[in-house]
Ligand binder design. Structure first.
Ligand SMILES: *Cc1c(COP(=O)(O)O)cnc(C)c1O
Length: 370
């Protein structure tokens, strides 16, 4: 259906597919004739059991998660995982961090409370605009895992391919924070030990965190690890050790169904999204690169398809740009305070038409103000 809602470029919590919001609205008071809304159901009842099992199965299908990985639905968010991962995996020894932007800086800092946290590569010197080449990473010989943020939401830097740690001579598991590009592209699970992400960028409402963890990593938690965040405890209880974020699981489940029905040519699901997202990002980057009025500082090899920071070369026009954008139905384009300028987050729920509308506005703004 044609939308009359504005296009929302928020970095997160972020725009949802309209069809998902409508479905959630229709089912708000009575889920499938149960007489209850999903928020009102016991997490241990048969209705919610069906919802959670379907969501998990659909996520597994969408991202082709192998059978030797558990999918956990928990609370705590991405920042919670910055503590929960070292509590579960570090054994209190050493963990290695690849610092590529604001989020991996935070992950490294938090882990220092629980283990020796090393930085094995960093792009701080170039302002987080290029990625350190994996062959230059110097992993610790005794590291318990290697952490990286595969899409740096604030800096707009994305790994286009996951590093093969084994080929680099490192046997430790790779941990990825894929909060801001989960389900926007496929994941090579043969290179991953654990992946975590908050749902509020690409999957659903804030409050749900998804952890995908290889079975051999489940049972190494420190004694001080809170039981509700012990991966083995959570896995043994099918994510129902304590009350999981039921509303978040339900809405994410609706998003998974929506994703499975997306197509581009012969492609469907995440493969279709990947192609669509590449086309959306190309449209915006090409426009910026061909303009003397706008600028993006990230190297072409690692530009994020999801989060595109850009600058007006004349920054005194920023407020006028943002006000005009809002009036044109283009919301939440202000850049993160640590980077400045503008940022367009174009997650799965942003249609190509939304990016076309943004580019149209930017072209017109340039014509008026250049
Ligand atoms: C948004 C985001 C987080 C979020 O953490 P919260 O605790 O859920 O606020 C973590 N990592 C990345 C890469 C993010 O984009």
């Amino acid at each position: 259906m044609a939308t009359t809602r504005p296009y929302n470029f928020s970095a997160g919590p972020a725009a949802m597919p309209e069809a998902v919001l409508q479905r959630a609205a229709e089912e708000m008071l009575d889920w499938h004739g149960s007489g209850m809304g999903v928020m009102e159901m016991s997490h241990r009842g048969k209705e919610f059991g069906v919802i959670a099992a379907q969501a998990e199965a659909d996520f597994r299908t969408l991202l082709a998660v192998p059978a030797n990985f558990h999918i956990l639905f928990i609370q705590g968010g991405g920042l919670g995982e910055n503590a929960i991962v070292p509590l579960n995996l570090s054994r209190g020894t050493t963990a290695d961090f690849v610092v590529t932007g604001s989020w991996s800086v935070k992950s490294h800092k938090e882990a220092q409370r629980y283990c020796t946290a090393n930085i094995v590569a960093s792009n701080t010197a170039n302002g987080h605009t290029r990625l350190p080449e994996p062959s230059t990473w110097r992993m610790s010989s005794d590291t318990s895992y290697v952490h990286l943020c595969t899409n740096e939401t604030i800096n707009g830097v994305e790994f286009q391919e996951l590093p093969d740690l084994a080929a680099l001579g490192c046997e430790a598991p790779l941990v990825i924070d894929f909060s801001s590009h989960v389900a926007s592209r496929s994941v090579d699970w043969s290179r991953v030990g654990l992946a975590f992400g908050g749902a509020q960028k690409n999957l659903g409402p804030a409050g749900l965190t998804i952890v995908v963890v290889r079975d051999d990593l489940l049972d190494r938690a420190l004694k001080i690890c809170p039981s509700a965040f012990n991966y083995k405890t959570v896995a043994d209880n099918q994510s129902m050790y304590n009350t999981p974020p039921t509303w978040g699981i339900y809405v994410a489940g609706l998003t998974f169904q929506w994703l499975m029905h997306q197509t581009e040519g012969d492609l469907s699901g995440v493969a279709a999204m990947e192609q669509r997202n590449a086309a959306k990002a190309r449209l915006l980057y090409d426009f910026i690169d061909n303009s003397a009025f706008y600028d993006n500082k990230v190297d072409g090899s690692c530009r994020s398809r999801m989060n595109i920071p850009f600058f007006l070369r004349d920054e005194s026009r920023n407020e006028v740009f943002l006000t005009g954008a809002r009036e044109a139905g283009l919301l939440q384009l202000k850049g993160h305070k640590s980077v400045g300028g503008m940022r367009a987050s174009i997650y799965n729920a942003m249609p190509l038409a939304g990016v076309q509308a943004l580019v149209g506005y930017m072209r017109e703004f340039e014509r008026k103000h250049a």
